[in-house]
Design a protein around this ligand. Structure first.
Ligand SMILES: [Zn+2]
Length: 262
């Protein structure tokens, strides 16, 4: 059994050059969970041989366009390629209305059942589980209701490898109250839109700096930190790594196509 995370997009508000908006594929055994779905997600999947029909769940952290503008296109392509088994979309309640409205406007009757699970940005909530894995949401602190997501493998007999965990913190201001939700995870993705030199801007726009992401990782005693959601104003991403490493050494820079094995 293995889990891995593929970075599809790790830019912020708008796609810039080769940098796509937020999207990640979390694979666990035969399942693929798509975590956020910015513009261009389905093109990336096609180019990187990730079969869209293997996606069982799409998770949307919040309703800013850079996290869900690719969703209706993906849903539509799954239909056009003849999908016949359910897709579950997990996100804020308004997302169901938005997607159904877009499909109705085009008189599209999907070839497969589309199910919605509504998140609430209040405390830790179990969204889904099977024999091996649990998926939770937890609140982030951003300008609209936003949730992070936590994947946690269930405990295994002692002769097997220890259970792994992955926490996803898409858009959030520096907020120590999220530490208990992500305590000790094997991999933490935490946004770092800005560098410390723009910390006031980060505060004003309810985003984090690379240094703040590293502070959260250190406080939560996670094993590895992955940072992304870089503002388009920066071209040298090594500055993010250097800033974060001073506080928390196990840092990786997200980049399109990067695969992290858990
Ligand atoms: Zn964003």
């Amino acid at each position: 059994m293995s889990s891995s995370l593929t970075v599809i997009g790790c830019g912020s508000a708008t796609p810039v050059g080769h940098r796509l908006s937020s999207a990640f594929a979390f694979r666990h055994q035969h399942r693929v969970f798509l975590v956020d779905c910015g513009e261009g997600t389905q093109m990336f999947l096609k180019d990187n041989h990730i079969h869209m029909q293997r996606i069982s769940h799409v998770l949307v952290s919040h309703l800013h366009g850079d996290h869900f503008f690719g969703l209706v296109g993906l849903i539509s392509s799954m239909h056009l390629f003849g999908r016949d088994y359910p897709l579950t979309v997990i996100g804020p309640p308004e997302l169901e209305h938005i997607i159904r409205c877009q499909l109705e406007a085009g008189d599209t009757e999907l070839s497969y059942p589309l199910q919605f699970v509504h998140t609430c940005s209040d405390g830790l909530n179990l969204l889904w589980e099977d024999r091996d894995l649990q998926l939770y949401s937890f609140p982030l602190n951003h300008s609209v209701p936003t949730t992070g997501f936590l994947f946690r493998e269930k405990e295994k007999p002692p002769f097997m490898r220890p259970p792994k965990s992955f926490a996803y913190c898409s858009d959030t201001v520096y907020d120590e109250s999220l530490v208990p939700y992500i305590q000790g995870v094997d991999l933490l993705y935490h946004e770092s839109t800005f560098l410390e030199s723009e910390s006031q801007l980060a505060q004003d726009r309810l985003h984090s700096t690379a240094g703040q992401a590293a502070m959260i990782a250190r406080m939560a005693m996670v094993k590895k930190l992955l940072i992304g959601h870089y503002s388009a104003r920066y071209s040298d991403l090594q500055l993010f790594k250097r800033e974060a490493e001073k506080i928390f050494p196990e840092v990786m820079l997200a980049s399109e196509g990067l695969i992290v094995n858990l």
